[in-house]
Write a protein that binds this ligand. Structure first.
Ligand SMILES: *[C@@H]1O[C@H](CO)[C@@H](O)[C@H](O)[C@H]1NC(C)=O
Length: 177
């Protein structure tokens, strides 16, 4: 008779998030972006105007499944090291359009330590028909190479709004240098 009770108690603990179970809708604008829910979906920050025209933020569960981890809130260290913006809304590949942003993303403190942000941008790059590891490699060996510029113009023509829709997701390979 005792066992089912214990089971019930344990599962209700999980439901109430005592073990850190992350539900995107519970997050604030300070920890929503780059978070991954317990079910392995990316959280996405959305903004909207309330009735008085004031901008409000809401964290929502996206359709994007993450394979490498779940139940995760991105650290401030990684947000800083990777040069990404926690308060950006939507899932955007904008970082891939700017050369300085790519340099920061490819830098060892980000590329080697921040798997979540790298996995996201790896997949965003795939959506643009680009390989992030190749892009980083190229940026390292030819810092002035014009191909990054080329990527910027072709991706910009595509429009960042559409890019989130045709993302293909697969796990990023382990970073290597
Ligand atoms: C998210 O941030 C809020 C404060 O902005 C905090 O109260 C909450 O505990 C945080 N959630 C998690 C899961 O870290």
């Amino acid at each position: 008779m005792k066992f089912p009770l214990v089971l019930l108690f344990t599962s209700s603990l999980f439901l109430h998030g005592c073990f850190g179970a992350i539900i995107c809708e519970d997050l604030t604008k300070d920890n929503c972006s780059f978070a991954i829910s317990s079910s392995g979906k990316r959280c996405v920050l959305e903004d909207f105007e309330d009735k008085k025209g004031k901008v409000e933020y809401q964290c929502r569960t996206s359709e994007v499944t993450v394979e490498i981890m779940a139940d995760y809130i991105e650290t401030d260290d990684c947000v800083r090291a990777c040069g990404v913006n926690r308060y950006a809304t939507g899932i955007s590949s904008d970082v891939l359009l700017d050369k300085n942003s790519i340099v920061t993303l490819c830098s060892p403190p980000c590329y080697q330590k921040c798997r979540n942000i790298i996995d996201l941008h790896f997949n965003l790059a795939v959506g643009e028909g680009v390989s992030l590891p190749d892009l980083c490699e190229q940026q390292r060996s030819h810092p002035d190479c014009a191909m990054i510029e080329l990527l910027s113009s072709s991706a910009a023509a595509d429009g960042p709004a559409g890019s989130a829709n045709h993302l293909r997701y697969r796990a990023a390979p382990a970073p290597s240098i």
